[in-house]
Design a protein. Structure first.
Length: 314
């Protein structure tokens, strides 16, 4: 009897539609590779018992409880193998403030930042007048505001938008002018490897939700046309970040690079988008790995992850 795989997607958060698209793409690719997969729109954790009918789970959830560790913990408790990172790594990566503290302590360059609500009148003196305000959790750039000439009122308005978008903490960071790049990581043949670096070039504005999910709104350059030293630095940092947070299977780290070549890490995504046009599948195709090959490789690594274990930075 062949094993049955559940592809979990959907959820009830702001990234629901994107997750449904990722789930369908993953499910189609798994079936194409010969793995029997079924799509499940999991609208809440209360519905998790349905996965007892399956042998393993591919997590295609984005944001909230589906990506932030709660779903992973429940699957651990049920002893059902699943893809991606475990509860602690998922929670750490989802909390951008906590992850950045780990990166800073490891000597990795991050933007200067503060937790809000701080004294809004004091934030500018700490970070400058060009500031990014964003929820500490969540993704798809939902709830993010870029302020070019910050004032206490503008910071307060941006803070309220972030709070409305996601529960939890809000952070403000100095804006890093420069190029936007991203680098996927996957664990292949027992080794953590970086995928090709991608440069993200929106045609208008910044890489917000609309530019991410509107066809033709953004140009993606694979491999990014950057100096080899910068590319190697980004690849190395993506692998380091993956290990520092204790990630498993695959992840994707986002970066900014200044005109002078200084590299800043922004965040790590433990459940990045997996539609056929998403960044990680694009990077995999650049090295000759098809979508079906990539997801089947990730699926073959599915396991129950032990609690409270972080990888050493090696």
């Amino acid at each position: 009897m062949s094993k049955r795989t559940a592809v979990l997607c959907g959820g009830d958060g702001r990234e629901r539609e994107v997750s449904l698209r990722s789930g369908k793409a993953v499910c189609d690719a798994l079936n194409e590779s010969g793995i029997s997969a079924e799509l499940i729109d999991l609208r809440s954790l209360d519905e998790i018992e349905i996965v007892r009918n399956y042998d393993a789970v591919f997590i295609a959830m984005h944001g909230d409880w589906g990506e932030g560790g709660k779903l992973q913990a429940r699957l651990n408790d049920m002893n059902i193998p699943y893809t991606g990172s475990g509860p602690e790594a998922s929670a750490l990566a989802m909390d951008k403030w906590a992850a950045c503290k780990i990166f800073r302590n490891a000597g990795i360059r991050i933007p200067k930042g503060v937790l809000l609500p701080d004294d809004f009148s004091d934030v500018v003196s700490k970070l400058g007048s060009h500031i990014v305000v964003k929820p500490c959790s969540g993704g798809s750039t939902v709830g993010i505001t870029i302020i070019e000439d910050a004032t206490p009122q503008k910071l307060s308005d941006a803070y309220e938008l972030a709070v409305e978008s996601y529960e939890g903490s809000v952070m403000a960071e100095e804006y890093i002018a420069g190029r936007e790049l991203t680098c996927g990581v996957w664990e292949h043949n027992g080794e953590v490897k970086a995928l090709p670096v991608i440069e993200i070039v929106p045609h208008h504005g910044f890489y917000d939700y609309s530019n991410k999910y509107t066809a033709g709104a953004t140009e993606y350059i694979v491999q990014a046309k950057i100096e080899s030293e910068v590319s190697e630095c980004i690849s190395d940092l993506a692998v380091r970040a993956h290990k520092l947070l204790g990630c498993s299977g695959y992840s994707r780290s986002d970066f900014r690079v200044t005109p002078e070549g200084r590299v800043y890490i922004l965040e790590v995504n433990t459940a990045p988008g997996m539609t056929a046009t998403s960044l990680v599948p694009k990077a995999a195709r650049a090295i000759g790995v098809s979508m079906s090959e990539f997801v089947s490789e990730i699926m073959n690594m599915a396991s129950c992850k032990p609690h409270n274990i972080l990888h050493k930075d090696t």
